[in-house]
Design a protein around this ligand. Structure first.
Ligand code: ADP
Ligand code: MG
Length: 724
C-alpha cells in the first residue's frame, strides 16, 4: 500500500489499536539485576580466593589473574543455563555507534555423538569474531580479517532475554590482530586510566597519602521520539534515515509548551514501564522519565554509574528503547532532529571524577573558596575545555547532530563553560590574586507557612551552555541523542588528564622552588584563569552577541558543521595529546577520522538519494494528479460557459517546476565523486548537497499546503505527532 491509501490505513489502524496488555509491575526487589551476573552472584558461586581476585580487578582495575578464568567461566555458564541461555555472545562496540555481538552456542559435540554444554576460561577471556566488515579506517584490510574481542571484567555480564530465547552477553573490547583498538571501549578504559594517573599526582602533591583509584562517572539523560509504526512504514525517510526529509509544519507545534512535563499519555506510560522493567532486570538504574518539549518527545535518565559501565548500559538502553517500541507498535527515533521546526533530541552527559578516599573531586561543598582540591580539579576542566574546545566539538560531530547544535534548542557549536554565580565569583577572586570567601547561596523563604524554607543552590542553571557546572558535576549537553557516550567521555577524561598533569607539573615546580603549598595552588589557579578564563561564559549562549563575542573577542572556535569539526582530529597537537597519554596511537586516531568522515558522507548521501526518490515518485505524481484534476475542471467548466480562475493551476505548476529543477540539481550533485580527500568531500556534502536538499524541501513543503489532502502521499506532521 502506498500514497494516501497508506496514510488512511495508518490512521485507521491506530484508531482501532488494541491496548498493550496491562500487567501489574513486579516489585523492584524481584526485578533488580535479576539478569546480571553481579558481584553478589559471583560471591555465591565462586571459591573465596577467586571471588576476591575478580572483585579486586573490578574495584581497583588491578590486573586480572587469568588462571582463574576457567572457574569464573564455569560459574557464569551454570548461571546462564539456569536462566535458559543456550548461547553466549561477546558484545563489542564498533566505531559506528552501534553495539555488535557474535553468538556462539555452549554446545559441544562428543565423540559418541552426545552433546554437553561447555564454556572455558579461554573463550570467556578472548573471542575472535571475523568482523572484517566493520569500518576500520585503514587499520586493516579485509584480507587481514583477524580481530579479537577480550573480556572487560569491569562491566558485568548479563542475559539478554527475548521472546525467542536468552543469550549470555559478555562486554568486551575489540582489537585488531596488530593490537590496535577498533572500538569505543578500549580508548575509554585507557582515557580513564590516564585520568586516574594524573589525578593521583595532583592528589598526592596536595598532601593526601591514602588515595584510592580515581574513576570517572557518567549519568546520561536520553531524549527520544516515539512515532506509530504505521506512519513510519509509509515514510521512506523515517524508515531509512530516521528523520523526515519533507513535511510542512502542523498548525500547532510546541508553541504552547503543553507537552513539556505534561501528563504522560497512557500508551506511552505503558511503554515506559515495559522499558524500565527490562532495564531493572539488566541492572540499569532508570530513575527519571518525563515528556520533553516537542510533541511525541520524551526523556529517560538513569542514575549515574562508573563511566565504563554507564557507557555499556547506555548502549543497552538505546537497544531496549528501540526493541520495546516495536512491541508497542511504535518506532523509537534516536535521531537528533526527526522533525523540522520542533525541538530535536540530545543526550546530556553528566560527568564527574572521584574515588572512595577523597570522594567526588568536583564537589565544591558549601565554601568552594576554601576547597582548594575542588578548585584545582575544576580549574583543570576549565583549562581542558579552553585548550581543546574544538576537540570536544569534534567528539559530537555527526551529520545528524549538525541539525541541532546552534539551532537555538541546543547549545551552540562554540564550546564554553558555565560555572554559576558562586564559582564565577571565586575565580574572579583568584584572578585578583586573593581568595577571601564564597558568596552565600541563602535560603528560599516564600513566607508561606505551609511551604518549608529550603536552601537554595549556589548557582542557577543555564540551559544554553554546552558545558555547564551543575552543582557537583559537569554536564556536556552537545552530545547527540543517537551517539555512543564513549567518544565524549574519552575526550573529557583525556583533556582532564592532560590538564591535571599540567597542574601537577606546575605545583611540583613551584614547590621545588620554595613556594608553600597554598601559594603554589593559588599561583597555579591564577595562571589557569588568566590563560583560559576566556572559555567561561555565564550569559545566553543562543544569542548572536555571544556568537560574535566568542569568536572575535575571546578567540573561541565556532565549528558549525561536522565537516568543519572532524578535521580537528588530524591536527598535530591533538595527535600528540592522545599519543602522549596512551589513549589512541596516531594510527588509531587517524582511523577514527577516516571512519567518522565516511559516516558523515554516507549519511548525507543516503538522505540526498531519498529526497530525490521521494520527490520524484511520491510528491511529483501527487501534484500532477491534482493539476490534471484542476485543468480538467477548468476545461469542462469552460465548455459549459463558466470560468474557473487558473491562478491555482499556475501557482502549483510553478512550485512543481521549481521543485523538479532542484531535484535535477541534487541528482547531479550526488553523481559527483571527484574529490581529492575526505575533507573536500565532507565540505561538498555540507555546503552543496545539504542546501540543495533544503531547496527541494522548501518547494515540496509549500506544495503540501496547496494540493488536495487526499492526494498527499506521505503521513503529515499533524498525523505523526498528534495521532496517538
Ligand atoms: P536534569 O534534567 O535536571 O539535568 P536529571 O536528574 O534528569 O537532571 O539527570 C541528571 C543526571 O546526572 C542523572 O543521570 C544523575 O544520576 C546524574 N548525576 C548526578 N550526580 C552525578 C555525578 N556526581 N556525576 C555524574 N553524574 C551525576
Ligand atoms: Mg540535564
Amino acid at each position: 500500500m502506498t500514497g494516501n491509501a497508506a496514510r488512511l490505513h495508518a490512521v485507521q489502524n491506530i484508531t482501532n489499536r488494541q491496548p498493550f496488555p496491562h500487567k501489574a509491575p513486579e516489585p523492584l526487589s524481584n526485578l533488580w539485576a535479576s539478569d546480571v551476573f553481579t558481584l553478589s552472584k559471583m560471591k555465591e558461586s565462586l571459591p573465596k580466593e577467586v571471588f576476591k581476585s575478580v572483585k579486586k580487578t573490578i574495584e581497583t582495575s588491578a590486573e586480572l589473574d587469568v588462571s582463574i578464568a576457567d572457574v569464573v567461566a564455569l560459574a557464569m555458564k551454570d548461571w546462564a543455563l539456569s536462566k535458559g541461555a543456550l548461547y553466549y555472545a561477546h558484545v563489542f562496540y564498533p566505531l559506528t555507534n552501534a553495539t555488535a555481538e557474535k553468538h556462539d552456542g555452549f554446545i559441544s559435540v562428543q565423540s559418541d555423538g552426545s552433546v554437553i554444554s561447555e564454556f572455558s576460561g579461554k573463550v570467556l577471556v578472548q573471542g575472535e569474531p571475523d568482523g572484517s566488515s566493520f569500518p576500520n579506517g585503514g587499520i586493516r584490510s579485509t584480507f587481514e580479517a583477524r580481530g579479537y574481542t577480550a573480556w572487560d571484567v569491569s562491566s558485568p555480564a548479563y542475559i539478554m532475554a527475548t521472546d525467542n530465547g536468552a543469550t549470555l552477553c559478555i562486554p568486551t573490547v575489540f582489537i585488531s590482530w596488530t593490537g590496535e583498538a577498533l572500538d569505543k571501549k578500549t580508548p575509554l578504559l585507557r582515557a580513564n586510566a590516564a585520568m586516574n594517573k594524573a589525578a593521583q599526582r595532583v592528589l598526592s602533591l596536595m598532601g593526601n597519602t591514602d588515595i584510592a583509584p580515581v574513576n570517572s562517572s557518567c549519568g546520561a539523560e536520553q531524549e527520544y521520539f516515539l512515532v506509530d509504526t504505521n506512519f513510519v512504514n509509509s515514510r521512506p525517510d523515517l524508515l531509512l534515515a530516521g528523520r523526515t526529509l519533507f513535511g510542512a509544519p502542523a498548525a500547532k507545534g510546541q508553541q504552547f509548551d503543553d507537552h513539556y512535563f505534561g501528563a504522560i499519555p497512557e500508551r506511552i506510560q505503558v511503554y515506559m514501564q515495559d522499558v524500565e522493567e527490562q532495564l531493572y532486570r539488566l541492572g540499569i538504574p532508570a530513575k527519571t522519565r518525563h515528556n520533553e518539549v516537542a510533541p511525541g518527545q520524551f526523556e529517560i535518565a538513569p542514575f549515574f554509574e562508573s563511566a565504563n559501565v554507564a557507557t555499556d548500559h547506555q548502549q543497552l538502553l538505546m537497544t531496549v528503547l528501540k526493541n520495546t517500541a516495536k512491541r508497542h507498535g511504535l518506532v523509537c527515533l534516536l535521531h537528533e532532529k526527526p522533525f523540522k521546526g520542533i525541538n530535536g533530541s540530545g543526550k546530556h552527559v553528566n560527568w564527574s571524577v572521584g574515588n572512595v578516599t577523597q570522594g567526588n573531586l568536583l564537589d565544591p561543598g558549601s565554601t568552594p573558596h576554601s576547597n582548594t582540591q575542588f578548585l584545582l580539579f575544576c580549574g583543570a576542566v576549565i583549562r581542558g575545555v579552553h585548550k581543546y574546545g574544538p576537540l570536544l566539538r569534534a567528539a559530537v560531530a555527526t551529520a545528524s547532530n549538525d541539525h541541532r547544535l546552534g539551532a537555538n534548542e541546543a547549545p551552540p557549536a562554540i564550546m564554553s563553560v558555565y560555572l554559576g554565580t558562586q564559582l564565577d565569583n571565586v575565580f574572579e577572586q583568584i584572578k585578583d590574586g586573593k581568595i577571601t570567601g564564597s558568596l552565600n547561596a541563602g535560603v528560599m523563604n516564600l513566607g508561606i507557612n505551609t511551604i518549608p524554607v529550603f536552601n537554595k543552590d549556589a548557582g542557577d542553571r543555564n540551559r544554553t551552555s554546552p558545558f555547564a557546572f551543575t552543582g557537583n558535576r559537569f554536564e556536556f549537553r552537545a552530545v547527540g541523542s543517537g551517539q555512543s557516550v564513549a567518544g565524549p567521555l574519552v575526550t573529557m577524561n583525556t583533556i582532564l588528564a592532560d590538564s591535571l598533569n599540567w597542574v601537577a607539573d606546575s605545583l611540583e615546580s613551584l614547590l621545588s622552588s620554595g613556594s608553600d603549598l597554598d601559594t603554589a595552588i593559588l599561583k597555579t589557579l591564577k595562571e589557569i584563569i588568566d590563560q583560559h578564563g576566556a572559555v567561561v561564559f555565564g550569559g545566553n549562549g543562543y544569542s548572536s552577541e555571544w556568537h560574535k563575542m566568542a569568536v572575535e573577542e575571546r578567540g573561541l572556535a565556532n565549528l558549525k558543521t561536522a565537516a568543519d569539526a572532524l578535521p580537528v582530529l588530524k591536527e598535530p597537537h591533538i595527535e600528540a595529546l592522545f599519543d602522549k597519554l596512551g589513549v589512541l596511537s596516531p594510527v588509531e586516531l587517524a582511523s577514527r577520522f577516516e571512519i567518522y568522515a565516511e559516516q558523515y558522507i554516507l549519511a548525507i548521501e543516503v538522505e540526498a538519494k531519498l529526497v530525490v526518490s521521494m520527490a520524484k515518485t511520491g510528491i511529483y505524481p501527487g501534484a500532477i494528479k491534482y493539476l490534471s484534476e484542476i485543468s480538467a475542471t477548468i476545461s469542462s467548466l469552460k465548455s459549459n460557459g463558466t470560468e474557473l480562475c487558473n491562478k491555482r493551476l499556475v501557482e502549483i505548476s510553478t512550485l512543481v517546476n521549481s521543485m523538479m529543477e532542484a531535484v535535477d540539481k541534487l541528482s547531479a550533485a550526488i553523481g559527483q565523486h571527484d574529490f581529492d580527500n575526505a575533507e573536500e568531500h565532507m565540505q561538498f556534502c555540507a555546503k552543496t548537497i545539504r542546501p540543495i536538499m533544503d531547496e527541494v524541501r522548501k518547494f515540496a513543503d509549500l506544495l503540501e499546503g496547496e494540493i488536495a489532502n487526499e492526494l498527499w502521499p506521505y503521513p503529515t506532521y499533524q498525523e505523526m505527532l498528534f495521532v496517538k
